[in-house]
Design a protein around this ligand. Structure first.
Ligand code: BGC
Length: 500
C-alpha cells in the first residue's frame, strides 16, 4: 500500500472489503477543516468522559454483585436472575435430531441439529432477515412468521438421504425455541415476556406467555414439531460451550444485546424454595444483566450521549448496562459525538451533513472497521465517510475518529468485564479460574474486544484476573438450544421435576 494516495478509486483491504475512497487532489485547505491541534484538544475531553479507571470498575463490580444476589432472593427485580429449569451440565452424550428456532435480533434462524454424542454435532440452518416492520407488528404475527419459516424449512429438508430429516407421517421432531428477550419462567416450556429489548416493540406480547403464542402459531401452520423448551441465547451458549469445553462456567453474549448465564445451586436461589427441588441440584440462571442499573442510574458512568441514546430509545430507562455496551448502540453513541462537533462548527463546516444527522445512521460495524484500518492515510475511514455520508475528511479528523471509536469500544469491553467479574466474584471462581464461552457480533468481530475484556479483568482482580479466560463459544442459540431440548426430554422421560 503506498504511503499516500490521492484521487478517487477503490481499495481492497486485507479483510476482503472493497471501499470507494476519494481524497482531495489539492491541498486540504479549501474547506474549513479542523486543525490537528483542535482535534487533539477535543479528543482529550472525550478521553476523560469515556475512560473507566480500575477503581471505578471495582465499584461497579461490587454494586453488580449485590444486584445479582438480590435478584436470586425475590421475583420482580430489575435484574431478574431467571431460573431456567435447565438442570446441571450436559453429559456430552446427548444424541438425536432436534429442531431449533432462534429469534433474538437481526435474523430469524431455523436449524436442524443432529447431536452425535461425545460433544459432536452437525447443523443445517436457514436464516431469514427480519425487517424493521416485523419488529413492531403484532406479536402473534411475528410468531406466525417463525412457524411459517420452520414449516418451509422442514418441507425442504424431509427425505431419506443422509443429512435430511427422516420424518414418518404423524411423527414430530423435538423443538427448542431460543427466544432472547427477558422472560420469567415457572417451567421450561413457558415464558412470560418481561420486556422487549434491542429495539423490538411488537404489541400484545409483553406480559404474555410467548411459548404459548408460538405453540399456537405452530398449530396454525401444522408444523410437525414438539415444543420442548424455551431458552435464551445466553443459557444456550453456556450449555453448548460446556458440551465441548467442560471448564466453562459462564456463558455470555456481547452482540446486539448483552447478557450472561451461569450455573447456580438451588439452595442458593431463595425465590424458588417452594418448588420442592432438591437444594443440591443445580439450575442455569439467565441473569438478564443487560438491565443492570436501569431506571435509577446510580452506578454506571453515563455520558450525555448515553443519556440521549436512552431517552430517544423505544424503552427509556431500561437496559441501562446494555445501552453502554451492545452493538445496537455503540455506533449511535459515536454518531452523537460527531453531531455535537458538527453543531459546534468543529467538523464538516461547509459540507452537507444531513446523512450523519439521521438516528442510527452510523453502524457499529464502522467502529470496528475504523479501528482495524491498516493504511497510513486511513483509507477505510475515508471510504466510510465518503461512501455512506458524502463528507470529506482530513487525516487529522480521521485520526480523531479512529481514536474516538477506540474509546467507545474500549469502554464497552471494560464494562463487559465488570459483568463477568461480578459473577466470578459472587461464585468464588477466581482462584480456581474458569472459562467463559462468549458469543455475539462485538465479541467475534470487533478487533481487540476479547483482549480488552481480559485487560479489564486484570484491572479488577489484579494478576489473578488472568485465571478468567473468555473464548469464542459454540452456537448457543442453535446447538445449545438443541442440547437443552435433549436434556429436558431425558429429564422428563426420567420423571424428574415434571412440574417445571
Ligand atoms: C436480552 C437477552 C439476550 C441478550 C443477548 C438482551 O437484550 O434481554 O435475553 O440474551 O440481549 O442477545
Amino acid at each position: 500500500m503506498p504511503a499516500s494516495r490521492r484521487g478517487s478509486g477503490t481499495v481492497t483491504l486485507p479483510t476482503g472489503q472493497t471501499l470507494a475512497f476519494h481524497t482531495r487532489t489539492q491541498d486540504e485547505g479549501d474547506l474549513p477543516h479542523a486543525t490537528k491541534k483542535t482535534m487533539a484538544d477535543h479528543l482529550r475531553k472525550y478521553e476523560s468522559l469515556f475512560t473507566l479507571t480500575p477503581q471505578r470498575m471495582r465499584m461497579i463490580v461490587d454494586a453488580f454483585k449485590d444486584t445479582l444476589e438480590a435478584g436470586l432472593e425475590k421475583n420482580g427485580n430489575t435484574v431478574p436472575m431467571i431460573p431456567t429449569y435447565v438442570f446441571g451440565w450436559p453429559t456430552g452424550n446427548e444424541t438425536g435430531e432436534y429442531l431449533a428456532v432462534d429469534l433474538g435480533g437481526t435474523n430469524l434462524r431455523v436449524c436442524l441439529v443432529t447431536l452425535q454424542g461425545s460433544g459432536r454435532f452437525e447443523i443445517t440452518q436457514t436464516k431469514y432477515r427480519l425487517s424493521e416492520d416485523q419488529k413492531q407488528e403484532d406479536g402473534q404475527k411475528l410468531f406466525d412468521f417463525c412457524a411459517e419459516c420452520l414449516k418451509t424449512f422442514i418441507d425442504q429438508h424431509v427425505g431419506e438421504e443422509p443429512g435430511m430429516i427422516n420424518l414418518k407421517p404423524g411423527d414430530k421432531l423435538p423443538l427448542g425455541f431460543t427466544f432472547s428477550y427477558p422472560c420469567s419462567q415457572n417451567k421450561i416450556d413457558h415464558g412470560e415476556l418481561i420486556r422487549w429489548t434491542k429495539g423490538f416493540g411488537n404489541p400484545n406480547t409483553e406480559g404474555h406467555d410467548v411459548a404459548e403464542m408460538f405453540r399456537k402459531s405452530l398449530q396454525k401452520y401444522d408444523v410437525p414439531a414438539d415444543f420442548i423448551s424455551l431458552t435464551c441465547d445466553t443459557t444456550g451458549t453456556l450449555i453448548a460451550s460446556h458440551y465441548v469445553n467442560p471448564k466453562t462456567k459462564i456463558g455470555c453474549i456481547f452482540g446486539t444485546g448483552c447478557n450472561a448465564a451461569y450455573m447456580e445451586k438451588v439452595a442458593d436461589i431463595p425465590k424458588i424454595k417452594s418448588l420442592g427441588i432438591e437444594g443440591a441440584a443445580e439450575i442455569a440462571i439467565n441473569c438478564e444483566y443487560g438491565a443492570f442499573d436501569s431506571f435509577e442510574h446510580e452506578h454506571l458512568p453515563r455520558t450525555k450521549y448515553d443519556q440521549i441514546v436512552d431517552e430517544t430509545s423505544n424503552k427509556p430507562g431500561e437496559q441501562a448496562y446494555e445501552k453502554l455496551i451492545s452493538g445496537r448502540y455503540l455506533g449511535e453513541i459515536m454518531r452523537l459525538v460527531i453531531c455535537e462537533l458538527i453543531d459546534e462548527g468543529v467538523l464538516f463546516l461547509g459540507q452537507e451533513t444531513y446523512k450523519l444527522e439521521k438516528s442510527y445512521a452510523f453502524d457499529t460495524a464502522f467502529l470496528s472497521l475504523m479501528e482495524s484500518d491498516p493504511t497510513d492515510e486511513l483509507l477505510m475511514i475515508i471510504g466510510i465517510f465518503t461512501h455512506f455520508f458524502a463528507v470529506e475528511t482530513t487525516l487529522a479528523e480521521r485520526q480523531f475518529f479512529r481514536a474516538l471509536a477506540k474509546l467507545i469500544g474500549r469502554r464497552a469491553a471494560r464494562l463487559s468485564a465488570c459483568g463477568i467479574a461480578a459473577i466470578v466474584s459472587k461464585m468464588g471462581y477466581l482462584d480456581e479460574g474458569c472459562s467463559v464461552g462468549a458469543d455475539g457480533s462485538l465479541y467475534n468481530k470487533y478487533p481487540g474486544f476479547a483482549d480488552r475484556i481480559h485487560e479489564g479483568l486484570i484491572d479488577v482482580f489484579g494478576d489473578k484476573g488472568r485465571n478468567i479466560v473468555t473464548y469464542h463459544a459454540e452456537d448457543g442459540s442453535g446447538v445449545g438450544s438443541a442440547i437443552i431440548a435433549a436434556m429436558t426430554k431425558q429429564r422428563k422421560e426420567g420423571g424428574l421435576y415434571l412440574h417445571v
